[in-house]
Design a protein around this ligand. Structure first.
Ligand SMILES: Cc1cc2nc3c(=O)[nH]c(=O)nc-3n(C[C@H](O)[C@H](O)[C@H](O)COP(=O)(O)O)c2cc1C
Length: 221
């Protein structure tokens, strides 16, 4: 896949086939993604690849926490809100996804089912948790972690796999630690659902939009 085409055709995948992803393929993806840039080549990222029976056991506990309305306790604080422009795009994204899935605004039951499905990593057979050491300074470390996260998503896409970056999977890090050996002193920033996309699922027909260039880029020459 040509690089620009890959950048423009990657999108979040929110329904997966149950097929396992071969370890060699996952290895190839991570080995490609680690060529992402980082501050002074510090490579501050770490990853834990969760697959097999651990995924359903972990996500069952995460779903139970959501259902019981347990207070999230993420290792990295999550945004409490956005300024108007970002809030508008955020709402448009949710409305677009629910519209494509045929979920009405007032259909609380299906919205909740979607939220629980998100907590199940949309049925993905693999979750990659991206971690960093607690002794790193957060702001620019996030820059590096974002770069490798996108690298993983692009490399997966180039191999015919789908991904969805999910803050939802990082809401209850203590539960994750119960199922996954997260090394001491590491913080969990995000989970990436990964697997073979289900082409029939309505959710996967959704495509987000982007602002036109003149809205966010300025030229000086
Ligand atoms: C930091 C971050 C957290 C995200 N968390 C979630 C999530 O919890 N659930 C979800 O369905 N999508 C999540 N996404 C995916 C975004 O909604 C998606 O990337 C965005 O709408 C753009 O759409 P695209 O990925 O299809 O281009 C997250 C993305 C990022 C970068």
């Amino acid at each position: 896949m040509e690089l620009l085409e890959g950048l423009q055709t990657r999108k979040s995948i929110r329904a997966y086939k149950p097929e396992a992803v071969p370890r060699e393929l996952l290895t190839r993806i991570l080995e490609a993604a680690c060529w992402s840039p980082s501050w002074g080549n510090t490579q501050s990222w770490e990853a834990v690849v969760v697959a097999g029976g651990v995924v359903p056991r972990l996500t069952a506990d995460l779903v139970a926490a959501v259902e019981q309305k347990e207070a999230p306790n993420p290792d990295v604080p999550m945004p409490a809100g956005f300024p108007d422009a970002q809030q508008h795009r955020y709402m448009a994204c949710a409305a677009g996804l629910f519209g494509t899935m045929g979920i009405a605004r007032e259909d609380k039951a299906r919205r909740k089912a979607h939220m629980l499905n998100m907590t199940r990593a949309f049925g993905a057979p693999v979750i990659i948790y991206v971690l960093f050491s607690a002794d790193l300074q957060v702001p620019y470390t996030m820059f590096d972690l974002g770069a490798i996260t996108h690298g993983i998503c692009l490399a997966a896409h180039a191999q015919g796999l789908g991904t969805c970056i999910e803050a939802q999977l990082a809401l209850y890090p203590d539960l994750v630690r119960r199922h996954v050996p997260i090394p001491e002193g590491r913080k969990i920033v995000i989970g990436i659902a990964l697997g073979y996309p289900d082409p029939e699922a309505p959710a996967n027909a959704f495509r987000t939009e982007r602002e036109p260039l003149e809205k966010w880029a300025t030229w000086v020459d």
